[in-house]
Design a protein around this ligand. Structure first.
Ligand code: GDP
Length: 347
């Protein structure tokens, strides 16, 4: 596994120092973002990814300025197991969107950086065609110690990209469970890529992920796989009929595509547009965004409350000792947490 993408502080203890040394000027970042300047946009994302307290304050100020310019894109989530063809598909779809006049940003949530301290998605050069295009902006997964932290940074990056004028934001994740839930909580439409043949178990797809999908794409439907892809499409369409209908009234679509040969990409875009039209028409588009915003408020509060709590001096000194006792089965986890809360409340 490639470890160079992983700003693990134990590997690079100077990272905080390095981050502190970078100078961020909010006014030029803001001016740059409004002009769609990618250098300033990248720098702004580096600012929001920084863990340094001063930088976090600056990010808040920058995000506040960006707020009125956010919300105008269509946010599309794309997930699927490694090798299913996500980056190839995104290249094909992204290129088509650019031809249609859209400005696209591709962001990634890579859960492997937390699990293995390496990167599945970052190991190879991906999306070379889009990477060099002036109408595309590609940003790999932010690093972080927890999926919650990474997801929050990605959500903030969406805001920056929208303020910089990107009209479509594609958020890609590799499917291992939790990261799809994070992506689902920040997109308008969620797409699952599958391979021809094999049931979900063979393809490593959890039922919960199937239930989150708005559009299912059987990819690599080309060459000698076309028939098998059509059979897979029928199987999934039948299986999806058994799920309860979506509250937004949308009927999940199953389609065959080939990212490599560019087959079905236009039809996919038509489905995206049909979906957006339908959910905007019955107001579930805005309802979903409002629910997502309140979910992120809660997430953010939970994280900040926990951080404030753990930074409390008495809690910070007692916590490792109590944790040790919990691990040794000397006290229960509940007694330990009660005791920590009592300490916190006292002072
Ligand atoms: P990812 O890991 O999901 O991003 O998958 P990639 O896009 O990197 O593709 C994995 C492999 O599948 C590569 O060798 C691609 O050339 C191949 N591939 C991707 N899309 C297609 C497709 O539509 N048809 C065929 N035949 N091969 C594909």
């Amino acid at each position: 596994m490639d470890q160079k993408n992983t700003p693990d502080r134990s590997i690079n203890p100077n990272l905080n120092k390095l981050q502190r040394k970078v100078h961020f000027d909010i006014d030029s970042l803001w001016a740059g973002i409004q002009k769609g300047d990618v250098v300033q946009l990248s720098k702004a994302i580096t600012l929001i990814e920084s863990t340094h307290a001063k930088h976090q304050e600056l990010s808040r100020q920058l995000l506040e300025r960006c707020m009125p310019l956010t919300g105008n894109s269509i946010r599309i989530g794309i997930t699927g197991t490694p090798g299913v063809g996500k980056s190839t598909f995104i290249e094909a779809y992204g290129s088509q969107l650019i031809e249609a006049g859209e400005k696209i940003a591709v962001l990634t949530i890579d859960p492997s950086s937390q699990i293995s301290k390496g990167s599945i998605l970052g190991d190879k050069t991906r999306m070379e065609k889009l990477a060099g295009h002036p109408m595309a902006f590609i940003r790999p997964s932010p690093a972080g110690d927890s999926l919650g932290g990474v997801a929050r940074k990605t959500r903030e990056t969406i805001m920056l990209c929208e303020a910089a004028g990107y009209s479509r934001i594609l958020i890609e994740t590799v499917g291992v469970g939790q990261s799809e839930i994070a992506v689902h909580s920040m997109v308008d439409v969620f797409c699952l890529l599958l391979l021809p043949g094999g049931g979900d178990e063979l393809q490593g797809i959890k039922r919960g992920i199937m239930e989150m999908a708005d559009i299912v794409l059987v990819n690599k439907a080309d060459e000698d796989r076309i028939k098998m892809a059509q059979a897979t499409k029928r199987d999934y369409a039948n299986a999806l009929h058994l799920l309860p209908p979506k509250s937004n009234g949308w009927t999940v679509q199953v389609m065959t595509v080939s990212g490599l040969q560019g087959i079905g990409i236009q039809a996919f875009e038509s489905q995206i547009q049909a979906y957006i039209e339908q959910v905007k028409g019955n107001d579930s588009f805005h309802k979903k965004r409002a629910e997502q915003a309140s979910y992120w408020l809660e997430e953010s509060l939970q994280q900040q409350v926990l951080n404030t709590f753990l930074e409390h001096p008495e809690v910070a000194s007692l916590y490792p000792k109590l944790k040790e006792q919990v691990v040794r089965n000397q006290i229960s986890p509940f007694t330990a947490s009660d005791e920590l809360i009592q300490r916190f409340k006292k002072k």
